[in-house]
Design a protein around this ligand. Structure first.
Ligand SMILES: Cc1cc2nc3c(=O)[nH]c(=O)nc-3n(C[C@H](O)[C@H](O)[C@H](O)COP(=O)(O)O)c2cc1C
Length: 215
């Protein structure tokens, strides 16, 4: 089988990213780009991001997760701490997040250090989830091999029974990570592959160095 994609190409010309229009703090620019993407009908889930970890097998692995909050401190997502990514992060907390909002011809790449979120914050977010998602967090031993779909459905049914008429507590193995950024790179597509790339690197407490990179 062969499928040639050599003619698949786009010219990017929607916007520019010039130093003069960039703030001192990259989280501000992240916020501006995120809010634009989130408000656009052309972006389905603006908070879907790719995260890559270095696995226990020494290979990088990417997968999508949902960004659930960002603050001056960093970026928060939720998952199962016993999952493949959870085990990878326990061994090596250096991770990379990326967003691609194709309607805007924009990419953001964030390198950072992941740390478990304070338990009370994970509790607060878990509490806000629909019951179905709460039960799913109990029923799925994320990233483990399962024998069949039926095994999953049976596990879900058993937790439905267990917690019927009761509050569903947060499983201790499920919670958030806060990713504290050490570098944030903004990419704006430009014509003729002469894209704009501005990278911020954290130098010391809240002091970011900004450079332009060749496309
Ligand atoms: C759009 C999208 C959003 C997702 N959001 C999450 C999420 O917030 N948390 C999560 O654990 N998995 C999420 N997933 C599933 C992950 O991509 C992945 O399959 C799962 O976390 C297991 O990854 P791991 O085995 O590498 O740990 C999402 C998948 C997609 C496609």
């Amino acid at each position: 089988m062969e499928k040639d994609l050599s003619n698949h190409r786009m010219n990017y010309d929607k916007d520019a990213l010039l130093e003069a229009n960039t703030p001192e703090n990259p989280i501000e620019l992240f916020r501006d780009w995120f809010l634009a993407a989130d408000a656009s009908d052309g972006v389905h889930e603006a908070n879907a991001m790719n995260i890559s970890t270095i696995g226990l097998d020494s290979f990088p692995k990417n997968r999508m997760v949902l960004l659930k909050k960002f603050t001056w401190e960093g970026f928060i997502f939720y998952t199962n701490y016993n999952s493949e990514k959870g085990k990878a992060i326990a061994k090596n907390p250096n991770i990379c997040l990326s967003f691609f909002w194709n309607t805007f011809e924009r990419q953001i790449i964030i390198k950072g250090i992941a740390e478990k979120l304070a338990e009370n914050l994970s509790d607060g977010y878990f509490e806000s989830r629909p019951d179905g998602s709460k039960l799913g967090a109990w029923a799925s031993e994320q990233s483990e091999i399962v024998s069949s779909r039926e095994e999953l459905d049976t596990a879900l049914a058993s937790y439905e029974d267990k917690f019927r008429d009761n509050e569903i507590p947060r499983p201790k193995h499920w919670g958030g990570y806060l990713v504290k950024p050490i570098s944030i790179e903004f990419w704006q597509g430009r014509p003729n592959r002469m894209h704009d790339r501005i990278r911020y690197t954290l130098e010391s407490d809240l002091n970011w160095k900004k450079v332009r990179l060749a496309p």
